[in-house]
Design a protein around this ligand. Structure first.
Ligand code: NAI
Length: 354
């Protein structure tokens, strides 16, 4: 009999459905909590062996030590990104696993959905025709074919995106801390400096992780380097963009349109139905007034295939840990800055190479 007990936070109906179905093969005891894991309710994790969390459950240094004291041995992220966990504190205290890839196609395709919607103004046409307004004024877009896209972060998601955009006949400029020249030449794209990518791209897509280096990489100075009227798409992490600077860019017309699947302060709002309340965030409220901005609430990952993969990999990660097997999806402070597929030096990372 499986005796492993799991405290599962931020559980939505689609999570419980997929986890319950796949857990039949494992038999873990799973307690689902509908709310985020916070310092105020962390006591609920007492007595559990693992906690399962999602993108907006923040686990800081103090919470790591608290979880350890409560007997929690594993934090299992249901996400690829891990910026919400203090990995430095976790190192040597609690192991952290994630789902590195649940469907890069899901996010890349959503990125393109935002691009096409903004470009061809489908969001505005939808409401117009429902109001029997069949005029085209204000709906003019541009051919994607022949235009230049800049993709920042050419990992799993970025690569799928590059292939789709090349399919449109776009020139694609790439930027990554670890350029893959073979990928660039195979797809007919090219790595350039960030400055060149900013200055030449008609559409810029952010597909890199949130790190100390990338936090607020899109700010008033970098926006000033961009082409006037550029389309900016962020399906990475909200804090890649300094939102007040984006708003200024939109007001001046320097940014022509923006598609945001993530937002700096999203943890207070996204994934919840707040339609019967007043929106208290002035920055988000301002963003929502622009007719050339589309905000989706972190739904890039949300496909049937991805939800199933998240449950499959998370349960396998937990099973691997408690069965004493090698953890292929472990993240730790030492190697978290390495790109996909790059193995850390043995000395640099005893956790990841053990
Ligand atoms: P990945 O790890 O496969 O690729 C990330 C790439 O970014 C790597 O090639 C890495 O070298 C590069 N990178 C790291 N620091 C960089 C920097 N300073 N400048 C340029 N490139 C840099 O990750 P994957 O799966 O492609 O995901 C990318 C990001 O997308 C995740 O970190 C996560 O934040 C976000 N994401 C968003 C989802 C959504 O639903 N909107 C779902 C899944 C991930």
């Amino acid at each position: 009999m499986n005796t492993v007990k799991i405290a599962f936070f931020d559980a939505k109906p689609y999570d419980t459905e997929s986890f319950n179905e796949l857990n039949r093969d494992y038999g873990f005891t799973i307690k689902y909590f509908k709310f985020h894991l916070t310092p105020d309710n962390i006591v609920l994790a007492k007595g559990y062996d693992a906690v399962v969390i999602f993108v907006n459950d923040t686990v800081d240094a103090a919470m790591i030590m608290q979880l350890k004291e409560y007997g929690v041995k594993l934090i299992a992220l249901r996400s690829a990104g891990f910026n919400n966990v203090d990995l430095k504190e976790a190192f040597g205290n609690i192991r952290v696993v994630r789902v590195p890839s649940y469907s890069p196609h899901a996010i890349a395709e959503h990125t393109v959905a935002l691009m096409l919607t903004l470009n061809r103004k489908v969001h505005r046409a939808y409401f117009r025709t429902r109001d029997t307004n069949f005029a085209l004024n204000g709906l003019m877009g541009f051919d994607m074919h022949g235009k230049t896209a800049g993709v920042i972060g050419t990992g799993r998601i970025g690569r799928v995106l590059v292939n789709i955009l090349r399919g449109f006949g776009m020139e694609v400029l790439l930027h990554d801390s670890y350029p893959d020249v073979a990928f660039a030449s195979a797809t007919g794209s090219s790595y350039v400096s960030l400055e060149e990518l900013y200055s030449r791209s008609d559409i810029i897509s952010l597909n890199c992780p949130l790190t100390r280096e990338t936090e607020h990489m899109i700010n008033s100075s970098t926006i000033a380097m961009m082409k006037k009227g550029v389309m900016l798409i962020n399906t990475g992490r909200g804090k890649l963009i300094r939102t007040p600077d984006l708003i200024e860019g939109l007001k001046s017309g320097q940014i022509g349109s923006a598609g945001l699947d993530v937002y700096e302060e999203e943890s207070q709002f996204f994934f919840e139905d707040l339609s019967d309340r007043v929106l208290a965030d002035d920055v988000l409220a301002r963003l929502l007034t622009f007719n050339n901005v589309i905000i989706t609430s972190h739904q890039g990952f949300f496909t049937r295939e991805a939800i199933r993969n998240i449950a499959e990999t998370t349960l396998k990660n937990i099973d691997d840990y408690f069965a004493g097997r090698n953890l292929e999806n472990e993240v730790c402070f030492n190697c978290s800055i390495l790109p996909a597929g790059v193995k850390p030096e043995k000395e640099a990372c005893p956790v990841c190479t053990s």
